[in-house]
Design a protein around this ligand. Structure first.
Ligand SMILES: CC(=O)N[C@H]1[C@@H](OP(=O)(O)OP(=O)(O)OC[C@H]2O[C@@H](n3ccc(=O)[nH]c3=O)[C@H](O)[C@@H]2O)O[C@H](CO)[C@@H](O)[C@@H]1O[C@H](C)C(=O)N[C@@H](C)C(=O)N[C@H](CCC(=O)O)C(=O)O
Ligand SMILES: Nc1ncnc2c1ncn2[C@@H]1O[C@H](COP(=O)(O)OP(=O)(O)OP(=O)(O)O)[C@@H](O)[C@H]1O
Length: 513
């Protein structure tokens, strides 16, 4: 697989568009001569400007983008779009300045216009929810591949079309990047594109200018309350995805009240999926067999349709994710019988989800690297592990710095209650004091289960080795947090650290690999 060095996912043969047409189309207040000027791209980061770009200077939390016009110009920007305050800052650049009241809300439409993404779009899938978005997106991509459909993928882990991939920084890219990515995927003849949509993406207009064919909702549980303060606000941030301005049809897991509320209040048709017997829903998924590396299930729907298949990942929550993906495909117009035939032929859903309950070796204690960093993610994976192992569960984890501190206590309690041994370590302390984060986790775990075998080890490499040192071959180690990531964020710096690579090294050191 190719991973592009400068992390660029833009069309290789972009449309060239006159700035005068843009000014007319959007009714912009143009300051400077735009006659004869053309643009071939758009970005809101001066660092990402390419020759021929329109640079959008947005007011941010730390700075106003218009401060960086000199950088944008030096890199080849042709014109600037900004607000009234930005226009003053940008005047010195000598470039034409196109003024609009709120450039952030116009960004999706501007980007769609520049990259012409509304013309002949592929089938567009959007996935939202607190946990499971990345997993559902990968499962959708895998199922489409099994059906012979080339799909582009945009997730927290990577953005990919065919064998071309770049690493993601945000879960959902900014609108300028979303539309550039769509244009690139269309050039590659993608028939479908799957985009993971975070609440922040909706709040910050990152998927504006897109009407998804089908959107899916996994669940809503405790996370991101630093951004949204209450679960109600967090729910309301997700809700707009299920409106005709943004999507044609929806699918929701309705096991919990938030999903049921979403389905009841959505302004578009929403098919419902439940994993609880007896609960009213359009589709019902029942688990047939759970093993340490596979989950088999049957999904039954309207008109006596059903599909029986398996996903090569631990956990009933993964079967739930797979059920959501299958119903999203059905809602997009794919026959369930065609999906059933494809997975039957291939012996199940052929998916690899990087860093989600990823088992990294076969001998000795089973080691899982997981991206779980919220109370519900911990519960789902620990419950699943308990059902498939007779040995002890040893859990290594930490909590993000500069992210929703209100979930830490619950994370510590759940780990102590559902695991047999806990190793508390550092996980992206960012600008916070790592010892204070660990203390909240240690105190919560100790209070929840006094006497639980517990180790506090700041360095994640040492922490994992501590877990290995107390493990027997019958035990399971769950390392929750880092998942697919290849860095550790400390004090604003990204230090190289891959939990998967280091765990393999440690297993080797201990003679298990
Ligand atoms: C809170 C938030 O969403 N912040 C985002 C925002 O930052 P900001 O408003 O602080 O921007 P700023 O630093 O003030 O800069 C203002 C403008 O100047 C531009 N600039 C800045 C510096 C420079 O040299 N040149 C330049 O052009 C910036 O691109 C920006 O447009 O705009 C930046 C540029 O696009 C984003 O990188 C940044 O995301 C930060 C890193 C972030 O962590 N966001 C999180 C909250 C987030 O969005 N998470 C969700 C959910 C993840 C999940 O599901 O768990 C996600 O979708 O990733
Ligand atoms: N349906 C689910 N219900 C509960 N927990 C889940 C579910 N699916 C996955 N998880 C847990 O959440 C973790 C993250 O999964 P995934 O990356 O698919 O979710 P996400 O919504 O994309 O997360 P993020 O927004 O943080 O990127 C998994 O590693 C697992 O621990």
């Amino acid at each position: 697989m190719t991973t592009e060095v400068n992390q660029r996912l833009r069309p290789q043969h972009p449309a060239v568009r006159p700035v005068a047409d843009l000014v007319e189309h959007f009714g912009l207040d143009a300051r400077g001569d735009v006659d004869g000027l053309v643009i071939s791209g758009i970005t809101l980061s001066s660092k990402a400007v390419e020759p021929g770009d329109l640079y959008v200077g947005l007011a941010g939390v730390h700075a106003h983008g218009a401060q960086f016009v000199d950088d944008a110009r030096a890199k080849g920007a042709v014109a600037i779009v900004t607000d009234a305050r930005g226009a003053t800052l940008a005047a010195r650049s000598g470039l034409p300045v196109l003024v609009i009241d709120d450039p952030r809300t116009a960004l999706g439409a501007l980007s769609a216009w520049v990259y012409r993404t509304a013309e002949n779009p592929p089938t567009l899938f959007g996935v939202t929810g607190t946990n499971g978005k990345t997993s559902v997106a990968y499962i959708l991509e895998a199922l489409l591949k099994q059906l012979g459909v080339l799909a582009g993928l945009s997730t927290t882990a990577e953005r990919r079309i065919g064998d071309f991939a770049i690493t993601s920084s945000l879960t959902t890219p900014e609108a300028t990047e979303v539309h550039a990515m769509l244009a690139r995927m269309s050039e590659a003849e993608a028939e479908a594109v799957i985009i993971e949509v975070s609440a922040q993406a909706l709040t910050r207009h990152r998927v504006d200018g897109i009407v998804f064919d089908v959107v899916g909702f996994t669940n809503l549980t405790h996370d991101h309350l630093d951004d949204y303060q209450t679960m109600q606000n967090y729910f309301e941030a997700k809700q707009p995805l299920f409106t005709p301005e943004r999507a044609r049809r929806g699918v929701a897991i309705t096991d919990a009240e938030w999903g049921r509320r979403l389905a009841r209040t959505a302004a578009i048709p929403v098919a419902t999926v439940s994993t609880y017997p007896g609960q009213a829903a359009d589709w019902y998924a029942a688990i047939l067999r759970e093993t340490i590396d596979e989950t088999r299930f049957i999904l039954s729907g309207p008109d006596d349709q059903s599909i029986t298949t398996s996903i090569p990942v631990l956990g009933r929550h993964m079967a739930e994710n797979a059920a959501l993906a299958i119903v999203m495909l059905v809602e997009s117009g794919v026959q369930l019988s065609a999906i059933a035939a494809a997975v039957e032929r291939d012996g199940g859903i052929r998916v690899y989800i990087p860093g989600r309950a990823e088992r990294i070796q076969n001998d000795g204690p089973a080691v899982f690297i997981d991206y779980g960093h919220s109370p519900d993610a911990f519960t789902s994976t620990l419950d699943s592990l308990r059902r498939v192992t007779d040995g002890r569960i040893i859990m290594v984890f930490g909590a993000d710095g500069d992210r929703d501190p209100s979930k830490r206590q619950e994370m510590g309690e759940i780990a102590a209650r559902l695991a047999d041994v806990v190793v508390i370590t550092d996980f992206h302390p960012r600008t916070e004091d790592p010892a204070s984060i660990r203390k909240v986790l240690v105190d919560a775990a100790t209070a929840a289960v006094p006497g639980r075998e517990l180790y506090e080890v700041a360095d994640p490499r040492t922490a994992f080795r501590q877990a290995l040192s107390v493990a027997t071959p019958a035990d399971v180690i769950l390392y929750a947090g880092p998942g697919h990531e290849d860095y550790h964020e400390v004090g604003g710096e990204h230090l190289p650290y891959s939990a998967r690579d280091d765990a393999r090294l440690a297993l080797h050191e201990f003679g298990w690999l």
